[in-house]
Write a protein of this length. Structure first.
Length: 184
């Protein structure tokens, strides 16, 4: 695991490294990954859950109780359930999205994959994701995990980030380039 400036340099990275290390030691990486996907989906779909996670007005004790009550509903594995409780008791639920992203990166690296952050104006279909994965695999020579996001400001097209590389095929950028060229 990277320790000098990568994932562990941030607070969320340290929590993610701890969770991933525990999941690896217990051979539960896939179970923890599924639980984190469930949490990520709940954050996207539930305004109440987002408020619990992000509100500074909710005390640590209340956050811990709420998280404990949510665990059976979400069907989380025991490692992730305990970890969520630790985040709540430490007042770090606000770091949850960053922790999820960092754990995904660590899991992908563990599997020998590279993670590509893909932003598109509209949700990508399964066939589009599969085609993108195969093109990126051909370009990089290794498997690629896709972390998809929707960004309506792109208007169309996609933006792919692979570490420090960025492939910008968005209509927004093309329009901005054209506007600059027309200015002279």
């Amino acid at each position: 695991m990277e320790t000098s400036g990568g994932i562990q340099a941030s607070l969320a990275g340290r929590y993610a490294s701890a969770l991933f290390g525990l999941a690896r030691d217990e051979q539960q990486i896939d179970a923890v990954g599924r639980s984190l996907d469930t949490i990520d989906q709940a954050l996207a779909e539930s305004a109440d859950f987002r408020a619990l996670v992000t509100s500074p007005l909710v005390s640590r004790a209340d956050s811990a109780k709420a998280v404990e009550a949510l665990v059976p509903t979400l069907g989380l594995d025991p490692i992730t359930a305990r970890f969520l409780g630790v985040l709540a008791r430490n007042g770090r639920l606000g770091e949850l999205k960053s922790v999820i992203s960092a754990v995904r990166q660590l899991a992908a690296a563990h599997r020998g994959e590279t993670t590509a952050e893909v932003s598109s104006a509209h949700p990508l279909g399964d066939q589009q994701v599969a085609a993108l994965k195969s093109k990126l695999k051909a370009r990089l020579g290794r498997d690629v995990a896709i972390e998809a996001r929707v960004d309506p400001t792109l208007l169309g097209g996609i933006v792919v980030r692979l570490g420090s590389q960025m492939i910008d095929a968005s209509i927004k950028t093309k329009l901005n380039t054209l506007a600059q060229a027309m200015k002279g």
